[in-house]
Design a protein around this ligand. Structure first.
Ligand code: F6R
Length: 366
């Protein structure tokens, strides 16, 4: 086989013009900076009945990571809202955490407007845009995070503040300790998957090579639900490839039947199973049986063994491996990981319907 492009620094430089690889390499540093920044957070609300994270795409995934991490730690239900409006139950006792890298995303702005009208407790995390302009004017508490990077690369800045909000409100313990472990592990993982590590010693490069021209399907379980979702988003946006994610054990009740008569279609997919040394026995058995079923249908099977002790360290280190893999896959496919021209086209074209301007107009009246 020819030397893969990601082992050729000059070619990487020429293709990775937006330098997406550097965000992967600097993961530990970015999470560390985000943790420093989040120390500024002052959030003085009474205990909410429920929490809703409002955010889309790269700004919504932090909400899912929060929800999965906190599932066994807090009494307060957490939902991620990707609609234009809040669910009916949202009211004064709801805490809405508004997350938008740009601060200009129409669904998020519309939900923020809804939260203001319903007098919810609100905390915003963003680099600016119409969101922070309004929050500043109305004295809604917010944290301004660095901008100028692709939203999905801002995950550390968008996720850590959510975690800190939860901890500062006394709703979940252990975030700081888990983050400390995560940062240490991220140092190791970024080294192990760095561009200068040769393919044979580099899990992400090997996984990208194995996926090749096929569409990756990512299977997670438990708190790896959001991690699998992040993989899929990164394969879409960085590698420019169709991808999907599913979660155990729900996938055993529908997804597996879909492979039954897939025929040649099965050969178009690579399945990546997120494995954990501590996976519960019942999940372990399901994964083993599912692997066999898919293998029989001709689907390529790969496993990713997670690392770390605490849930947060396991989640963030696995996210990091997914990020690396998606970038290496982009390079193999000959695409620049950074631009998302279809999203930009859609956002530009949507402006013609005037909805976003209407929301901004409504916000200005408050
Ligand atoms: C990620 C990306 C998108 C955005 C989404 C929402 O890099 O480009 O997934 O995150 O369109 O926009 P923001 O994050 O600005 O609210």
């Amino acid at each position: 086989m020819n030397r893969p492009i990601f082992d050729e620094p000059e070619k990487i430089k020429a293709l990775d013009r937006g330098n997406m690889l550097s965000f992967c390499v600097n993961s530990a540093k970015l999470y560390g900076e985000a943790a420093q920044l989040a120390k500024k957070i002052q959030i003085n609300y009474p205990e909410p009945d429920n929490i809703i994270v409002a955010g889309m795409g790269g700004s919504g995934i932090g909400g899912d990571l929060l929800k999965d991490w906190a599932r066994t730690k807090t009494d307060v239900p957490i939902e991620v809202n990707r609609e234009y409006h809040l669910p009916k139950y949202a009211g004064k006792k709801t805490l809405v955490l508004v997350s938008s890298a740009s601060g200009d995303t129409e669904e998020t702005l519309s939900t923020y407007l809804d939260a203001l009208r319903r007098k919810c407790m609100i905390y915003c995390v963003s680099s600016g845009g119409a969101l922070l302009e309004n929050a500043e004017r109305l004295n809604v508490p917010y944290l301004r995070v660095p901008g100028g990077m692709p939203p999905r690369a801002s995950l550390p800045y968008l996720f850590v503040p959510l975690l800190v909000c939860l901890e500062k409100l006394g709703l979940a313990k252990g975030a700081q300790d888990e983050l400390t472990e995560a940062l240490k592990l991220l140092e190791k993982v970024t080294g192990d998957n760095a561009p200068q590590k040769s393919t044979k010693d580099n899990f992400s490069k090997t996984l990208a090579l194995n996926i090749g021209q096929k569409a990756p399907v990512v299977y997670g379980y438990g708190f790896y639900r959001s991690v699998a979702m992040r993989f899929k988003q990164q394969f879409n946006e960085n590698s420019k490839v169709p991808s999907k994610w599913e979660v155990f054990s729900e996938l055993n009740h529908n997804e597996i039947v879909g492979w039954e008569r897939a025929g040649d279609l099965a050969k178009c997919f690579s399945a990546i199973f997120i494995r954990d040394a501590d996976e519960p026995m019942e999940i372990h058995s399901r994964i083993e049986i599912t692997k066999e079923l898919l293998e029989q249908e001709g689907v390529d099977i790969f496993e990713l063994q997670t690392q770390g002790n605490s849930p947060l360290a396991r989640m963030l280190s696995t996210v990091c491996i997914g990020d690396f893999t998606s970038v290496y896959l982009a390079l193999l496919r000959g695409v620049d990981p950074t631009p998302v021209k279809t999203i930009n086209y859609l956002k530009e074209t949507l402006k013609q319907n005037g909805f976003r301007e209407k929301v901004i107009g409504e916000l200005a009246k408050l």
